[in-house]
Design a protein around this ligand. Sequence first.
Ligand SMILES: Nc1ncnc2c1ncn2[C@@H]1O[C@H](COP(=O)(O)OP(=O)(O)OP(=O)(O)O)[C@@H](O)[C@H]1O
Length: 261
Amino acid sequence: MLQIQDLSVAYGHRPIIRNLSAGPLLPGRVVSLLGPNGSGKSTLLKAMAGLLKVARGQVLLDGQDLTKLSFERRAQRVVYLPQSLPAAVHLRVFESVMVAARASDLDPHAQDASPQRILEVLGRLGIEHLAMHYLDQLSGGQKQLVGLAQALIRTPRLLLLDEPLSALDLNYQCHVMDLLAQETREHGLTTLIVLHDLNIALQRSDEALLIREGALVGHGRPDQVVTAESLAAVYQVDARVETCSRGLSHVLIDGLCAPAS
Ligand SMILES: Nc1ncnc2c1ncn2[C@@H]1O[C@H](COP(=O)(O)OP(=O)(O)OP(=O)(O)O)[C@@H](O)[C@H]1O
């Protein structure tokens, strides 16, 4: 179970995340993290992953404060996939997933980095045919899928994914969200995913967190969080959330809200 308590994060003297509390987020659930550009989503994920100094507050995972753990112990529990992947090195896809599996390895038996397991993870993502390709010769979307393979091979307790669908086509977006839901449920992970596509958040996440200017303004079922009112308040768009013939919620954008006079 994940609980964020009174978290504050700053860059220098500039506060970004302000006394943010959220949770509990239960294992086995996919939670979308929503909010406008610059609202602090990546900053929140980086702080939870231990990559930024936390000015105040706690991130409790099963009662343990992640902000106080050593790098190695945190790396065993938390996997963070950044928005932009590091410049691709001249490694084959297969090797890069193997390196990722061993990255957090205090206990050599903790991660199964056998060739079969690596091929299985690549296969689940539909990219086993890329196993022997070089990372620096892949397309943007293919690199993003390899990043996901590097994350999933590690079976953490907490999976933090920053816009993991941004370079993927429609088919892969659906496929990856289905796979993440399956992995999350099967392994009892807590999965937090930054998304800009509100329809994907509505239809394929179990819960949503909505932030604005570093503060939490909504948490609950996606259809309770993504509403015409919240979209007007947070994104300044004039929108409707309607239910289609299959019973799924869709956001329809009519335009920008009229500026306040
Ligand atoms: N390394 C940094 N140093 C100083 N300020 C930063 C740094 N990284 C981000 N910021 C600022 O922090 C604020 C929040 O940025 P962040 O990347 O967390 O937003 P975001 O919600 O993820 O945005 P986006 O949806 O555009 O990716 C922004 O105003 C940004 O300019």
